[in-house]
Design a protein around this ligand. Structure first.
Ligand SMILES: C[S@@+](CC[C@H](N)C(=O)[O-])C[C@H]1O[C@@H](n2cnc3c(N)ncnc32)[C@H](O)[C@@H]1O
Length: 224
């Protein structure tokens, strides 16, 4: 199936951000955390950068589970960060270790921060230029940092797309069903991500499907 880019890169519309924040992404979020916890660094401690953090569900999960983790959670949409801020207020200890940053990528302000972890869920398919994500990793990650980039994978056919929407968004509000469909159509395939990594000189990262609808690129950052 041919790729159709997202209509909007940022999720800065209040109703769209609210619908996203209200949705149940527990399965994807837990999968993401599980994959990161499998990383060879053992315990998760130090500085972690989450790119395109949305309402900060993943940063909160990580900060709650890993008390020595300090997280910079970045999004270009203030509407999303306002919702994230509301969540952090109720999470005194973990919330104190999460810094919300309104930055539109590529952002020179994030460069040279030497993060031990650079992660992102569901951002890649939003970007006008996917190279922005890979360049940001190269500019921000500490040598030997752990990288985890997860996203939806574009289905092979309209039929497969309809089946995923039916399976995972059957009871979702219209706005979310529309967003899920748009995201699947804008997502990249495993092979396209391999090509992007090759072009970015990051082709040593491991890429593959990690669920029936998610792809992940992960591994240790080895600057050349
Ligand atoms: C689908 S949401 C994913 C949110 C979160 N990572 C999650 O897993 O729930 C994608 C987020 O990326 C943000 N985004 C898209 N393009 C961006 C850019 N160029 N710079 C910063 N944030 C961006 C959007 O505003 C949106 O909040």
């Amino acid at each position: 199936m041919q790729r159709t880019p997202e209509p909007e890169e940022l999720m800065d519309e209040a109703a769209q951000a609210q619908a996203y924040a209200d949705a149940d992404f527990n399965a994807a979020n837990n999968l993401f955390v599980e994959l990161l916890e499998q990383s060879p660094s053992g315990t998760l401690q130090g500085k972690l950068l989450d790119l395109g953090c949305g309402p900060a569900d993943i940063p909160l999960l990580l900060a709650t589970r890993h008390p020595a983790l300090h997280i910079d959670a970045v999004d270009g949409a203030q509407a999303m960060l306002d919702l994230a801020q509301q969540r952090l207020v109720n999470e005194t200890e973990a919330g104190r270790r999460i810094r919300l940053l309104c930055e539109y990528l590529p952002s020179p302000r994030l460069a040279h921060q030497n993060y031990q972890f650079v992660v992102s869920n569901s951002l890649l398919h939003h970007l006008v230029d996917p190279g922005t994500l890979w360049d940001t990793i190269k500019n921000c990650a500490h040598p030997s940092a752990q990288i985890l980039i997860m996203d939806l994978a574009r289905p092979t056919s309209e039929l497969a797309l309809d089946a995923l929407v039916e399976t995972y968004a059957i009871d979702a509000p219209d706005i979310l069903r529309r967003d899920f469909r748009n995201s699947l159509m804008a997502a990249y395939t495993v092979n396209e991500i391999r090509d992007q990594l090759h072009a970015a000189d990051l082709d040593y990262l491991d890429v593959g499907m990690v669920s029936d609808r998610h792809v992940a690129a992960r591994g240790t950052f080895l600057p050349r």
